[in-house]
Design a protein around this ligand. Structure first.
Ligand SMILES: Cc1cc2nc3c(=O)[nH]c(=O)nc-3n(C[C@H](O)[C@H](O)[C@H](O)COP(=O)(O)OP(=O)(O)OC[C@H]3O[C@@H](n4cnc5c(N)ncnc54)[C@H](O)[C@@H]3O)c2cc1C
Length: 432
């Protein structure tokens, strides 16, 4: 029975991490089975979102010609929202390096490509457990069957019950994840082009800070698809629990904000979804390998929340796990020592380097969240309100009043603390 059901590698989870891993193994001529619980890859996957061209090309060099892409993002807007006003900073570049995609279509395309290259894809199958022999992972248990392999790669997403079951990871803590809600709103293509000042194949991304997050550690987003808009926000779960707030109430408020409402006006709600995002960063990276097993993508907490990056970390960590599996198969050595190459490669890559760069960001910002994501965005908006208003008050008088308000609205000691936090964060990001 064991020999009949034995392959070289089993990858659990047909998202970007699992597919990148499986295709890397298949391209090296090894046997690999990819198990996905959804009806098809991407059917259960939620993201903002944009995929990034350079990392995606590492797995699919010609994806720009073949994959189902929505729009190439040529403009990034950073919106600092006040209660009913907002300041928007925009960066535009006609050669944008990211694309909006619909995961249901894009992940399915990636999985089809993987099958063409020899990956055996098993869909609608949930892996319930891992099979261990003498502390080594030797297979997986689904609802109906046991399957054996020399190596099992866990790419089963943020919850990764499997990594938890074998003690590679602890349970998710509410402060280590953001709860994100998202709506897809249908709008005609030409309306999107007109509202966002783009051509049919071009897109615009909004990153949203300020009032809509009700002073909590969180960000909003808006992406243009071909004929729909994806809008949503993510807020640290611990704060939502503490303040007894429901994320969809926050999203409703965001959609009604005067800066945002005109962008989605007249649209038809197509889809509503919610998902967790790993936010723990470098300090919460779990054990990444053990005898017979490796963990990649969201299951390994590989998300760079500062830059809205996740799919790229998933794909590249999957590729590195795949390469390590191929080398281990060549040596016929599936011990923890042999698979430790995966960790070394990750440490040499942008993945661990970037997560290390931002390791103090969440704790730094979370200690002064209402200041950085509430008070200061409001202050920037009130500066522009003052600067743009035309009245009969002399300008110098208005400047003086604004500067004075900086020191009266907030105690000087608090301003020093804010400045000190910023300096510490800069030191940790640029030097530490
Ligand atoms: C709201 C939101 C917005 C985001 N925006 C962006 C963005 O704009 N850009 C970006 O790069 N990233 C973004 N991310 C992050 C990104 O979506 C993830 O980092 C990425 O999807 C991780 O890929 P993965 O393959 O590790 O996991 P997933 O994409 O979660 O895939 C895991 C797969 O495993 C399957 N699975 C789970 N358990 C089992 C099991 N027991 N048996 C079999 N199959 C199983 C699931 O069905 C799923 O297909 C966003 C995330 C969210 C929630």
């Amino acid at each position: 029975m064991r020999n009949e059901n034995k392959t070289q590698v089993i990858v659990v989870g047909g998202g970007p991490a699992g597919i990148a891993c499986a295709i890397t193994i298949a391209r090296a001529g090894k046997e690999v089975v990819l198990i996905e619980r959804g009806k098809f890859s991407g059917s259960k996957n939620v993201f903002g979102g944009a995929i990034y061209a350079k990392p995606t090309r590492e797995i699919f060099p010609d994806f720009e010609e073949k994959a189902p892409l929505e729009r190439r993002n040529i403009e990034h807007k950073y919106a600092l929202l006040g209660q009913d006003d907002g300041t928007i900073i925009s960066y535009k570049n006609k050669c944008g390096e990211s694309y909006t995609v619909i995961r249901g279509k894009f992940d399915r395309w990636m999985a089809d490509e993987a099958q063409k290259e020899g990956v055996i894809l098993v869909e609608e199958t949930v892996v319930r457990d891992l099979i261990l022999e003498n502390g080594t992972v030797v297979g997986v248990r689904t609802e109906v069957e046991e399957y054996y392999a020399d190596i099992v790669v866990l790419a089963d997403g943020v919850n990764s019950l499997l990594a938890r079951k074998i003690g590679l990871r602890g349970s998710l803590k509410p402060e280590d994840v953001a709860l994100s809600v998202k709506e897809v709103i249908k709008l005609p293509e030409e309306v999107i082009n007109e509202r966002f000042h783009v051509e049919s194949n071009e897109g615009c991304v909004y990153e949203i800070f300020g009032s809509s997050m009700a002073g909590m550690l969180g960000l909003g987003f808006l992406y243009t698809n071909k004929n729909s808009i994806s809008i949503g926000l993510g807020v640290t779960l611990s704060e939502l629990i503490e303040k007894s707030l429901r994320p969809y109430d926050l999203l409703d408020k965001l959609k009604q904000h005067p800066q945002i409402a005109p962008l989605i006006k007249g649209g038809e709600l197509l889809e509503y979804s919610a998902h967790l995002i790993p936010e723990g960063g470098y300090k919460k990276i779990p054990m990444l390998y053990n005898a017979g097993v490796m963990v990649c993508g969201d299951a390994a907490m590989f998300v760079n929340n500062m830059h809205w990056e996740g799919t790229n970390l998933a794909m590249i960590s999957g590729k590195l796990a795949g390469e390590t599996a191929v080398i281990a198969l060549g040596k016929n050595d599936f011990s923890a020592e042999s698979l430790s190459r995966y960790q070394t490669e990750l440490e040499n890559s942008f993945i661990i380097k970037d997560l290390r760069t931002y390791q103090d960001l969440m704790s730094g910002v979370s200690s002064r969240v209402s200041e950085f994501l509430g008070y200061y965005p409001e202050k920037i908006n009130s500066f522009f309100e003052m600067f743009t208003s035309v009245d009969c008050i002399p300008k110098r008088e208005k400047y003086h009043k604004f500067i004075k308000s900086l020191f009266t609205d907030r105690k000087i000691s608090e301003l020093f603390k804010d400045g000190w936090t910023v300096l510490k964060l800069l030191w940790s990001i640029l030097i530490k």
